[in-house]
Design a protein around this ligand. Structure first.
Ligand code: UD1
Length: 429
């Protein structure tokens, strides 16, 4: 199993190219199930989750050709996927595959909308809390699907097609909003989605679906209207930049000190997080091509932050901010409101010398003078990258074990940080 070795204390200087967003790529790939025609996606990140979803879609009969592998092609440009779901051979998504990646449960919606049936395994346990799918099921039922739970599988049927309806989410859910939109594109009549998630990835997927012939308005706001159409066609779409990768490297620079340009990204995708970084004392300068982040010598100031749905501070940057605050001059508070039990990184950060106390959903972080390197264990995607951030400022060597979690969501992390001067390497085997 690969490990990552980091020797802390180096400043970061240079440019980091930001990849396409994982959390848009996955639903975009799933949206290909809605049409017989080819969907072409550009700026797709090279991630383990993308490869896994390729396998999952392959199981349904989807053909995926990966372009962009020409000799001399630059890795920074992202991949191009040509996805064709002309022949759906199987409407079952088995446990072995769905349990590896929760988002694959979302295939339920396009299969139901296009074929009128789907049998998808419940996602099962997850390292960050219970993460139920009740609201996704509710949305499908509102659109007229008959749902049964059979042997751990959600069996959904709509033999006469889905019908437009009003869907009111009692709680903001990204997956619920994606699936409601996808299902409604091919429903008979109009669908109103209230209290929709406003994450930029929702708007990006809706933009692509509209290029495919869907009629979606209001994506990116709380209220989305989808007028159903008879069929969707192919399209070409470039995935938007990854705001979580952007925020992660921004925090890495704030932690290590230095001056780095985050290229091919946009400040409006993560304004709340950039505002927090400015409060900590980092200099944040957005430009047309990206965002410049610098911190030169000044102490880090503590902050109080609560995670919440977009446009507030994202839960997917909570662990990284906590790592940063371990070195602040003073005490910070971070409240996690989206996922229970998303504090697995706390114990590992403590191994590096961090002082963090947990009371329910609130973490109190008392900044320390120094962190010291140690062997640590990656527990989930965001937690593992928080350990990398802490290690950049720790004295001596940190070995991060189980880095397959990192590879799920961060493309060539060690290369991107290494090019900016970090002492970081992957140890294979
Ligand atoms: C997506 C993101 C994930 C991010 C999360 C919150 C992708 C691939 N993943 O996950 O990185 O951390 O949004 O921004 O885009 N809930 C229910 N019932 C449901 C569905 C959700 O109670 O049926 C709850 C969840 O337990 C959680 C909250 O709603 O407390 C938000 O979850 P949701 O927005 O659905 O997260 P995901 O779509 O799984």
């Amino acid at each position: 199993m690969d490990r990552i070795r980091i020797v802390g204390g180096r400043r970061l200087e240079g440019t980091i190219p930001i990849s396409g967003a994982k959390n848009a790529t996955l639903p975009l790939m799933i949206a290909s199930l809605l049409t017989k025609d080819t969907l072409i996606l550009d700026n797709v990140p090279r991630l383990a989750d993308v490869s896994l979803l390729q396998r999952i879609l392959g199981n349904h009969g989807v053909d995926i050709m990966v372009g962009g592998k020409r000799p001399g092609g630059k890795l920074d440009d992202g991949q191009t996927l040509h996805i064709s779901a002309a022949n759906i051979v199987d409407t079952t998504a088995p446990y072995e595959l769905v349990s590896k990646m929760r988002a694959s449960f979302w295939v339920l919606a396009p299969l139901l909308a296009r074929i009128g049936e789907a049998r998808v395994s419940m996602p099962g346990g997850c390292a960050i809390g219970t993460r139920p799918v009740d609201l996704l099921i509710m949305a499908m039922q509102r659109l007229g699907a008959q749902i049964e739970i059979d042997g751990g599988y959600v069996v959904a049927r709509a033999p006469r097609g889905l019908k437009g309806a009003e869907i009111v989410f009692p709680k903001v859910t990204v997956g619920g909003t994606h699936t409601a939109i996808m299902a409604a594109t091919l429903a008979d009549g109009s669908t109103l989605i209230e209290n929709a998630a406003r994450e930029p990835e929702i708007a990006d997927v809706a933009l692509c679906l509209n290029k495919m012939g869907a009629r979606i308005s209001g994506a990116g706001t709380r209220r989305i209207v989808v007028d159903g159409v008879g069929k969707l066609s192919g399209a070409r779409h470039a995935v938007l930049p990854d705001r979580i990768e952007t925020g992660t490297y921004a925090m890495a620079v704030a932690m290590a000190g230095g001056d780095v340009f985050l290229q091919n990204t946009r400040a409006d995708l993560l304004q709340a997080a950039l505002d927090v970084l400015t409060r900590t004392g980092a200099a944040v300068t957005p430009t047309n091509q990206g965002i410049r982040i610098a911190r030169n010598g000044a102490d880090l100031r503590p902050v109080d932050v609560t995670t919440a749905p977009f446009p507030e501070f994202p839960t997917d940057l909570q662990a990284q901010l906590m790592a940063l605050m371990t070195r602040a001059r003073g005490t910070s508070q971070i409240v996690e409101t989206i996922f229970e039990n998303r504090f697995m990184h706390v114990q590992e950060l403590a191994r590096l010398g961090a002082r963090i106390q947990l009371h329910g959903e609130r973490a109190t972080i008392e900044g320390v003078e120094r962190l010291t390197g140690a062997p640590v264990m990656a527990t989930d995607l965001r937690a593992s990258v928080s350990l990398v951030i802490a290690a950049l400022a720790a004295e001596g060597e940190t070995l991060v074990n189980r880095v397959y979690h990192l590879d799920r969501g961060f493309e060539r992390l060690e290369e991107k940080l290494g090019r900016c001067g970090a002492a970081i390497e992957r140890l294979s085997g």
